[in-house]
Design a binder for this molecule. Sequence first.
Ligand SMILES: Nc1ncnc2c1ncn2[C@@H]1O[C@H](COP(=O)(O)OP(=O)(O)OP(=O)(O)O)[C@@H](O)[C@H]1O
Ligand SMILES: [Mg+2]
Length: 140
Amino acid sequence: MDQLQLAAVGTAVSIARSFTVLRLRTWSAGYLAEEAKIVVSELATNAVKATGVVDPHPGWGTSSALNLITVRLLGLDDAIVIEVWDAEPTRPMLALPVEDDESGRGLVLVEALARRWGTYAAHGGKVVWAELALFPAGHP
Ligand SMILES: Nc1ncnc2c1ncn2[C@@H]1O[C@H](COP(=O)(O)OP(=O)(O)OP(=O)(O)O)[C@@H](O)[C@H]1O
Ligand SMILES: [Mg+2]
């Protein structure tokens, strides 16, 4: 298990991505990097949108009221789990985007890439998690 706490600002997303890729490499699961990057980006972006500063050029003083998000990676025997905690207790709902919608696609992507995903209440907020299956040994 490995986790990283980040301020809930836009730049957290790319840090979460790098953290995830580095850890996958140390777990010899670098072949999952592309899927994992998409999943962690969508989950972290949602966490920042729900609890953080979305303005890419926040003004002076904004940082005094920053929430945190936490990215946590779990290595199971046959999967890795990507978890993102944020301080908003409301659980996400899978939206059903219609063709011209420009939003509501993040969790649809997560659903497509992950073997399972879900959410649970934790520490006054909630975790959204997604599980990516590892290939069996010898079948990368
Ligand atoms: N961490 C979260 N906290 C609270 N609500 C969330 C969270 N993640 C998602 N949601 C809710 O679920 C909806 C669907 O999320 P999803 O990521 O699929 O779409 P989106 O973020 O609205 O758009 P997109 O990801 O395409 O930019 C969001 O609009 C939001 O209302
Ligand atoms: Mg989203």
